[in-house]
Design a protein around this ligand. Structure first.
Ligand SMILES: Cc1cc2nc3c(=O)[nH]c(=O)nc-3n(C[C@H](O)[C@H](O)[C@H](O)COP(=O)(O)OP(=O)(O)OC[C@H]3O[C@@H](n4cnc5c(N)ncnc54)[C@H](O)[C@@H]3O)c2cc1C
Length: 290
């Protein structure tokens, strides 16, 4: 196997297209275990961590730009980032262990395309965008449009993710990510739920985004829950029980889960409703506190 360590995006683009069966990687916390478990190894691995732009975290005033190969620990330990995007930081902080987080990246978490990837629902709930490079330049798409199924993405051969863009949330806005695992750590989600809620000047819900992980082949948005929340009054930190029931029901209905050793279809549907409700309530509490 050949190992390449480009220092520019152009060099990485050229390397990716100039040889057969080449793959990019960042932390290799998915790539190496997969090769060790017998999956076919690529002929060439292109290390993205030597490219400065792919490991930088920049707040440019209107948005945060996070290099796709940035170790996720750089997000969980950045107080300014955590203050604006606690839900994304929570999700990043659930990936494996301290050791894993010193290597794991958002780009790898997304492009490994596991339905249970923790950072993806949190990014989707924040409307995050992925900037993608190839020989023909760059293009930008919503993070939710990258995974197309387990282990599959919408990226064309020769493309890789350069960075993620997260718009600054408005005032009185909060996000949250909750997941359920059978063990307290070092396990993958039975269900994950990410939410972002924006409040209006009266403290009622102006808009909301809700995304679920591990309940379908790809991350799932829950438009019926978002519609039920939009315009809802908030009293004592919560929408009415009727609105919360609609959120719970919509989240359960949006699932298309599998039965496996971590949970049955029925259990996953139930847990999705519970976590969606909790993520919304936590998002409202954070939005109120900002
Ligand atoms: C012990 C352990 C525990 C774990 N626990 C969790 C967990 O709790 N939650 C969770 O979500 N994950 C977990 N993981 C999985 C893994 O750590 C994450 O998915 C991580 O974010 C992957 O990032 P990486 O940079 O290491 O990816 P890599 O292994 O470098 O790459 C993964 C895939 O993405 C592709 N890729 C990487 N970067 C890019 C890019 N910029 N553009 C295009 N394609 C790219 C690679 O070609 C590869 O197919 C765990 C892994 C281990 C080993």
């Amino acid at each position: 196997m050949q190992y390449f360590s480009p220092s520019t995006i152009e060099e990485a683009v050229e390397l990716l297209s100039s040889g057969p069966n080449r793959r990019v990687f960042a932390g290799a916390t998915d790539v190496v275990p997969q090769m060790r478990s017998g999956r076919p190894a690529p002929e060439g691995l292109i290390d993205l961590k030597g490219i400065a732009r792919l490991t930088s975290v920049v707040n440019n005033g209107s948005m945060w730009v996070i290099g796709a190969a940035t170790p996720t620990v750089r997000l969980t330990t950045n107080p300014d980032f955590v203050a604006l995007f606690p839900g994304v930081a929570e999700a990043a902080g659930l990936i494996g262990s301290d050791q894993v987080q010193s290597r794991s990246s958002l780009g790898g978490n997304l492009c490994n395309s596991s339905p249970a990837a923790d950072s993806v629902p949190a990014l989707v709930a924040n409307g995050a965008r992925a900037v993608i490079a190839s020989g023909s330049g760059t293009r930008t798409i919503l993070v939710q449009d990258v995974p197309t199924g387990p282990g599959r993405t919408s990226l064309a051969p020769g493309e890789f993710i350069v960075e993620f863009e997260l718009d600054h949330p408005p005032a009185h806005s909060g996000d949250a990510y909750f997941r359920l695992t059978p063990r307290t750590e070092m396990d993958i989600a039975v269900v994950g739920a990410g939410a972002r809620v924006n409040l209006d000047a009266n403290g009622n819900i102006a808009s909301a985004l809700l995304a679920l992980g591990a309940v379908a082949p790809t991350v799932v948005r829950v438009p019926d829950a978002e519609a039920a929340l939009t315009g809802a009054a908030v009293v004592d930190g919560s929408p009415s029980e009727e609105v919360l029931a609609a959120v719970t029901a919509a989240a359960s209905a949006a699932c298309n889960p599998i039965d496996d050793k971590r949970g049955t279809i029925k259990y996953r549907r139930h847990v999705a409703g519970v976590l969606a409700r909790r993520a919304v309530i936590m998002s409202i509490a954070r939005a109120t506190a900002r």
